[in-house]
Design a protein around this ligand. Sequence first.
Ligand SMILES: Nc1ncnc2c1ncn2[C@@H]1O[C@H](COP(=O)(O)OP(=O)(O)OP(=O)(O)O)[C@@H](O)[C@H]1O
Ligand SMILES: [Mg+2]
Length: 473
Amino acid sequence: MTARTRPPPPGAEPTSRRAALDSRGPGSAARAEPAAGPDAELVRLRAECARADRDREALRCQLAQVEAERVALRGELADVNQHVARLHDQLLHPQRVESAGTLAAGLAHDMNNVLAAIMGLAEVALDDRLDPRLRSDLEQIVSEAERGAALTRSLLAFSRKGQYRKQVLEIDDTLRDALPLLAHTLPKTIELRCELGAGSVRVDGDPVQLVQVLVNFALNAADAMHGAGVLSLASAVVELESEPARLLALAPGRYVRLRVTDTGSGMDEATRRRIFEPFFTTKPVGKGTGLGLALVWGVVKGHLGAVDVESELGNGTSFSVYLPVTEAPLPAARGNTGLRRDLPADTTILVVDDEPVVRAGITRILERIGYTVLGAADGAEALRAFAAHQVSIGLVVLDMGMPVMDGAECFRQLRRVSGVPVLIATGYALDEQLQTMIAHGAAVIEKPFSSASLLVEVTRLLERRAAARRRAR
Ligand SMILES: Nc1ncnc2c1ncn2[C@@H]1O[C@H](COP(=O)(O)OP(=O)(O)OP(=O)(O)O)[C@@H](O)[C@H]1O
Ligand SMILES: [Mg+2]
């Protein structure tokens, strides 16, 4: 018996396995002759298996890494896509608003001609000898055409260009002037903060229009804050490099940035994209015309600037207006907006307009900032109201075309008894009659007007009257 036939020591390879190894055929036992032969093979195979396992594991790791990189890249790609979409949007948005303006202007122009023809023919056909029913129908046609004409005028107001009374001004001065009006525009529960940082840097601007821009922002912010929150106003000088300038469709350079930030409801993406479009509003009928920001857009464009908005639903809104800095010196006599501190808010204003909707609209705007408003539907009613409340009435807002007694006659009779400031609200072009009234101290606001322009005009007239009274004392 050789040692090989002895039973294996404990822990050795089981016999069946040996048998399996030995059963490789004749001579195999001879090849495995050295005692370690089959074990060495086994060790080698095991080592190979282990290496294969390691290789597989390494490959799996690499695969996982590649997968992770793929996921990260996909994320980055999504970011890039989003960024490109935003850039695309920013580049296209001005074009959209511009083309809305061009379309509006084109339509308004054609529509005006059609309406003028309708009005003209209906007026010619109006004859005292006509059957009363026919006459009343014709009058209705004229009145409806006039209503249509008012609408087309508001379209034209959005696209109107270049009607600015610009002057070199320090923007911080304009902001300081506007603060009291803004404070009056906002409910007392809203805090107004202001950080003036533009110093003596100047822009070429129309102070009245710029204040209207701010008032529009403030009115919107007040609506979005539902009576409570903070409205912050900040000015700064910024240097726009080529990329940020390109996004705003401006040339690189120095700009004054006015930023108006509120803590209101903010906007979702869909709203944010449309806010500058004329007539876009999310407010109920009668609460908003959707012209506020369209006019802001028009004014800023007219000043060769840009306006930008950041907003998030539930997280407030921030508007930034960029105006190019000018190196031109200030004019010797500094013009200002005519708006100052100490606004007489306890004044009564008489609003004269035959259209109840217009009267109610003006009343709403004026009452909102604390004025007491009396209404009258025609000139004669206005004179009676004036006689009864002369002491408290500080201003009359007067429509021109009214039944019973029109605006021109009412103004003439008012002037006989009082020098009260009169603001003529008219949708007609400056004619001789209007020129005469202006010569007698009337101011004019073109219908239809925004809340902001009405407030600016009213405040300006009341401040002028208060200043005259101070001087007279
Ligand atoms: N600060 C703001 N916070 C939240 N939404 C705003 C803000 N400013 C504007 N918006 C949104 O933009 C829309 C358009 O504003 P815009 O001032 O042009 O019109 P309006 O305020 O609706 O009407 P109008 O100004 O003619 O009274 C608003 O209806 C509102 O949805
Ligand atoms: Mg508005």
